[in-house]
Design a protein around this ligand. Structure first.
Ligand code: B12
Length: 222
């Protein structure tokens, strides 16, 4: 059983979606996450175990390598695709209440900013870490964040900004959200940000990369 879970973790890490997938070339013709997940669940391994000991484990390794610049964006996107292929089999168990999410996070790129790619990757890592992710998209105002938070009652909200101009909008949004939802953890990220800036605007967590944010948030909520 442990061998099968490790095989799934490796498939996530390498971005091996299914047997038909030609990527990565060295795994051509081998089963991917799709087939191995079906096998694991048919063997009676619990969905919770497969999620935490195979899918999340694989994605954690991806996060660590990405942080150390040992792999690059296309590798992360392939890993996320294979993770998604696995999540399709886990979703019914989550919906039936047999698997619990680690928490719920709302993410969005702040008002005035259309950059989507980094924020989507943050979402993928959180999903890979077992979190329910609600993506509000780009150009999100404090009112839209407020509405989404009121409707979904998340544990955390992640703000992204890629422009030196729009990162200033994070200050307003963080201020409003902290007043309205004092217990909500606010994460901020994006290329122009620094820890100093995050401290100055009163955000709870800053990380230059999604994996670091995931770890910091986990520690904060423990
Ligand atoms: C792609 C891109 C675009 C695309 C965006 C497409 C899309 N769907 O996202 C388009 C063409 C639309 C675009 C438009 C513009 N862009 Co642009 N764009 C880029 C570019 C080339 C890449 C950004 C990117 O996707 N990087 C890859 C991702 C993976 O990295 P990332 O976003 O930094 O995210 C990572 C981390 O920062 C972190 N992270 C991100 N968000 C969060 C959130 C949280 C909570 C956490 C924890 C972590 C985190 O995790 C991610 C994964 O590691 C950058 C240059 C660059 N190399 O960064 C310029 C860049 C950001 N753009 C720039 C500019 C100026 C513009 C425009 C104003 C250009 C113009 N004159 O029209 C417009 C602005 C439009 C708007 N209102 O937003 C400048 C910004 C300069 C500045 N300092 O403000 C840059 C730096 C280019 C440059 N060198 O001049 N852009």
């Amino acid at each position: 059983m442990d061998k099968l879970l490790e095989k799934i973790a490796v498939c996530v890490e390498k971005g091996k979606v299914n047997a038909q997938s030609p990527y990565p070339p060295e795994m051509k013709g081998q089963d991917g996450v799709d087939e191995l997940m079906l096998k694991a669940l048919a063997m009676g391994i619990s969905a919770q175990k497969v999620l935490s000991e195979a899918l999340i484990k694989g994605m954690q390794r991806v996060g660590e390598k990405f942080r150390k610049n040992e792999i690059y964006l296309p590798d992360v996107l392939m890993a996320a695709r294979s993770m998604n292929a696995g999540m399709i089999h886990i979703k019914p168990y989550i919906l039936s209440g047999n698997v619990e999410y680690q928490g719920k996070i709302i993410i969005g790129t702040v008002v005035g900013d259309m950059h989507d790619i980094g924020k989507k990757i943050v979402g993928m890592f959180f999903e890979g870490g077992g979190w329910e992710v609600i993506d509000c998209g780009v150009d999100v105002s404090e009112n839209s964040f407020t509405q989404a938070i009121t409707e979904n009652n998340p544990d955390a909200v992640g703000l992204s900004a890629l422009l030196t101009t729009t990162m200033m909008n994070m200050k307003t949004i963080t201020g409003v959200l902290k007043t309205k939802f004092p217990n909500l953890k606010i994460l901020v990220g994006g290329a122009p940000l620094t820890q100093d800036f995050a401290d100055r605007i009163g955000a709870d967590i800053y990380s230059p990369d999604p994996q670091g944010a995931l770890e910091k948030l986990k520690n904060t909520l423990q």
